[in-house]
Design a protein around this ligand. Sequence first.
Ligand SMILES: [Zn+2]
Ligand SMILES: [Zn+2]
Ligand SMILES: [Zn+2]
Length: 226
Amino acid sequence: MKHSHQSTHPTNIKPIRGNGLAISFQTPPHIKEFQSRIEENSNLTSSITTKLPTKRSPSFILCNIPISTKEAEIQEALETQLNLSSPLNLRFKFKGNSTETTNWVFEASAPTLNTIHQVKKIQMGWSMYRISEFFHFKKCNFCQAFGHTTKDCHRQIPSCSKCADHHLSSDCHSPSFCCINCLVSNIFSGSEYPTFHSAKDRSCPFFQAAIDRTSCIKRLLIMCVQ
Ligand SMILES: [Zn+2]
Ligand SMILES: [Zn+2]
Ligand SMILES: [Zn+2]
């Protein structure tokens, strides 16, 4: 063995459904090393199987499409405007800003996602619709915190994603931006984050941290004991 056993030590182990363990490592190569150590030991291979978590491909979201719109129409618009050679996989859809609209989430390859970052809008009929990367993390639209969704929020008073005041983001008339997450952290944790951005801004340190947490899956190994 080239490396010391120390280097492949898991950073976290937690039980999962069935007889399994989800084991976190510092880097993906550490997972490989750990797996080969198990394979070298015939006592272990007879009772333990390992697998990597199923990878989620990146996704993008197409916002506030009229509910009457058919998937075929959307696929056609995407194919021509993103220069695709085949239709994309639909992941799911959910209610948009009003009951009359739907948000559509599709899977996309990295190159397609690059095109999406450039075009930012898709035309259908006479209207333009916002298209952007979709991140798999929970964010509350009521208090703007990460880690839970609006329906699980325990707050009684909303915080605005635009100006950090206590009203719903949809009721905001403020001309200026203030990020509630950075503001609260500065006040209560002594951080010195800039606050002149919306809580939905991708460059916000809290937004970035949420994205980083979703990439943890790449450092995870699932181990099943028979
Ligand atoms: Zn909340
Ligand atoms: Zn506001
Ligand atoms: Zn912020």
